[in-house]
Each structure stands twice: as C-alpha cells, then as structure tokens.
Design a protein around this ligand. Sequence first.
Ligand code: FE
Length: 289
Amino acid sequence: MPIRPVDRVIAANQQLEGEGFPIRRPFPTPALMDFDPFLMLDEVGPVDYPPGRALGAPDHPHRGFETVSYVLSGEKLHEDSTGKTQLLRPGDVQWMTAGAGIVHSELPSPAFKAAGGRAHSFQIWVNLPKARKYAEPGYQHLPGDATPVAEQDGGRISVRVIAGAAFGVEAAIGTATPVWLQDWRLAPGAEAELPVPEDFNAAAYVFEGEARFGPDRASAGVGDFVVFGAGDRIVMRGGAGGGRFLLLAGAPLAEPVARYGPFVMNTEAELHAAFDDYRSGRMGVIARS
Ligand code: FE
C-alpha cells in the first residue's frame, strides 16, 4: 500500500461557542460534515483574558458519545452530575464517556479566572458505537506529566501519545473503539513516517507553525485540517519554522448518526428520548454546596 495522499485541506471556521469564547472548527462545517468516528474538533482560543473575564461552558448535558478536553494553556474546572470535580491544568487530558447521559460544566478555574491569562485548549467529540451509547458515564483523567511521549531524531520529532500508538509508545487512555489522538511537534525539516491501519480514517490539524504532508509534502498552516486518503502510512515533515499538529485517526463506525446539540444517537427517536430524559432530570444535576 502507498503513502496516504492528502485528499483535502479544509480551513477551520472561526466562530463563538459557550458563553462567547472564540474557537476554530474544521468540522462539522458545510465543507466537512463527517469524519467518522470523530464528530467535532474545536480549537478553543488561544485567547488572552484580562482578570475576571475568562469564559467557559456552564452546566449542559451529553449523551451517546465521548468528549475529550486537552488543555494547552489556562486552567479548566470540570464538575459533573456523577458528583466528580476535576481541575485540568496545561497538558492534562480528560476523556469523558457521556454514555447514557451526564451533565457537566467546563469553566475556567476560579484561580485562572481571577488572574486572567491565555486560554488555549482542544475539545474533541468521539462517537460511541450503538452498543456503547448507553454506557455508564465517567471519565479518564490523564495528567500532562503522565502522558506517554515518543521521541525520534534526537527530539526533533516529539509525539504526545494521548490515544493510539507511535514509535512503539502506547497511550495510557483506553478507547471504546480504535481511536488515535496525538500531539505532534516536528522541528524544521524533521520528517516522520507513521504506519496507520488501512481501515482508519486519518487527518492532521495544524495549530502552530507549518507542516508538510503526504507524498507531495503539501504545506498546511495554522487552522488547516488535512484529510488523508487511502494508504497504510502517513508521511509528515516540519515546515521552515517547525510545526505542531494533532493527529486524529480511527476506525469508522459506519453507523447511522442522528445528532442535535449535545446529543449524538443513531435515530431521531433516540434524540427525542434524550431531550425528554434531560428535561425531566434523568441525566442528573450538578450538586453544588
Ligand atoms: Fe460539554
């Protein structure tokens, strides 16, 4: 099998989310509605907040999929209807299984909000297969300093392996179906080749500098989502000033998707049931003292 070619390069949409914070979203957008098994990729910020002004997403529900938060800068406080509270610091990942239903809030930590500063993070939605949509809700917390890192070429290639594997380094996060999520840094001109299973969809989202991809070393800059075509491996090279990107890959579920707002199910009837269950309090509430 060949090196995966660059199929498409999609420029992220810029918009406001939650209480009004700026995001870049390559999908879902009119240019790219589906990237099975992923449902959404948001780069939140970077935005520099004065003291007291940082924004987040207060109490809201989810059902039927997983939400992944990866903090680059700033601090987030997660609270949820299972009674758990978790502070997320720079480098930390929260891989949350909404499953049958959870209500959570994702707000700046009180200390970060008071001090102000740069907020920069990723929010990624990963679909669950039909058989796991009603799984028990919960999350995996992966501290930044516990994230496995793979290095090659004397550190000119560095990969934070959040999910999946790279250069023999295995992730600490467990996923419901085969899903890879990795934070790659390539020094100027550093070139890497990574085997990626042929049945996976695969893409790269550049968020610092510039990187080059595929047999033609096509250039992609900040905000570009590079969708790879068929093949058994990916080739990547750091641009003139180096580049940093997220690698997203996974086995497509190939199941019907019915989505509305915070719910992602297989049928419209299941979406209606999700709204009913949320409105009637069956997904719980966040207990605050
Ligand atoms: Fe959420």
